[in-house]
Design a protein around this ligand. Structure first.
Ligand code: CP
Ligand code: NVA
Length: 311
């Protein structure tokens, strides 16, 4: 079987800033005309079937892809990894080839990033990363969209991350290199970003500062971002809680940022752990817009995968 080249969306680092910008602007345009007569121009997935495979639970990714695919005129087909026994019942290669005979694109959420890359290599249709242990590119496309809606262009602005150096942070670091913003990252030294990721970012000319002090990271920042202390697949829950306590985003920490700084969190949030109610429910919190923007940003990603970006 010959594998055909197709447009995958696996990591923000795979793309130029210009491509990501084009995708994002298309997403913004589709958001603006959603539910108007003009949205008929966005039905670029008419007749297409898109499979959504989930090995882990999801609310936002599942809903935003299903609704987004329908908005674009396509049909979503959701399967769990369990029901197809992904990687167990047959070789990943065989699943990828067979699915490509039925479906026009495949989105996958699975922890093992190497397996996702392998699947994408065998699939004959576009493959989209719906979260792995290594990255969450669709999330950060929505995050950049949300930043810009609230605060204007993200270029040369400062984004502070405080907490665990997880998959979402990795995609933020990729985005910093591609969209040209600065990142200040506060983590305990035991949970710092991988040196090779930071080395990559530096080679790509990104401005990334690492610290163990949450206040130093947040000082004067335009956005303060955090995420769960225990991601899917993480062990040592208690140790993580102990290490990450000083990185909680609370009102005192948020005050160190710009006065109009926004708070972002990909959700689901653990209120009282990585963020307090006071912050996540405050006017500075953009988390609901952020969740909504998954829909709009991913419509851009889907259209791009089919080379059908609407104007
Ligand atoms: N932010 C996010 O990916 O949420 P879900 O895990 O609910 O999809
Ligand atoms: N970092 C979290 C994100 C969930 C959307 C996790 O991987 O569980």
């Amino acid at each position: 079987v010959v594998t055909k080249p197709s447009r995958n969306f696996l990591d923000l680092s795979d793309f130029s800033g210009a491509t990501l910008r084009t995708i994002l602007e298309a997403g913004k345009a589709m958001k603006a005309r959603r539910r108007t007569k003009a949205a008929v121009a966005d039905r670029v997935l008419e007749g297409k079937n898109v499979v959504l495979i989930f090995e882990q639970p999801s609310l936002r990714t599942r809903m935003s892809f299903e609704v987004g695919i329908r908005d674009l005129g396509g049909s979503p087909i959701m399967v769990t990894g369990k029901e197809i026994e992904l990687g167990e019942r047959e070789a990943l290669k065989d699943t990828a080839h067979v699915m490509s005979r039925y479906a026009d694109a495949i989105m996958i959420r699975m922890l093992d990033h190497a397996k996702l890359a392998e699947f994408a290599q065998w699939a004959e249709v576009p493959v989209i990363n719906g979260l792995t242990k290594s990255s969450h590119p669709c999330q950060v496309m929505a995050d950049v969209m949300t930043f810009e809606e609230r605060l204007g262009s993200i270029k040369d602005r400062t984004v502070a991350w405080t907490g665990d150096a997880n998959n979402v942070l990795a995609s933020w670091i990729h985005a910093a290199a591609r969209f040209g913003f600065k990142m200040r990252i506060a983590t305990p030294k035991e949970l710092a970003p991988k040196p090779e990721l930071i080395a990559w970012a530096k080679t790509e000319g990104a401005s990334i500062e690492l610290t163990q002090d949450a206040f130093a990271a947040v000082d004067g920042a335009d956005a303060v971002v955090t995420d769960t202390w225990v991601s899917m697949g993480d062990a040592e829950k208690e140790r993580r809680h102990n290490l990450l306590q000083p990185y909680q985003v609370n009102a005192r920490l948020l005050k160190a940022a710009q006065r109009d700084a926004i708070f972002l969190h990909c959700l689901p949030a653990h209120r009282g752990d990585e963020v307090t109610d006071e912050v996540i429910d405050s006017p500075q919190s953009a988390v609901l817009d952020e969740a909504e923007n998954r829909l709009h940003a991913q419509k851009g990603v889907l259209a791009w995968c089919f080379d059908r970006l609407p104007a």
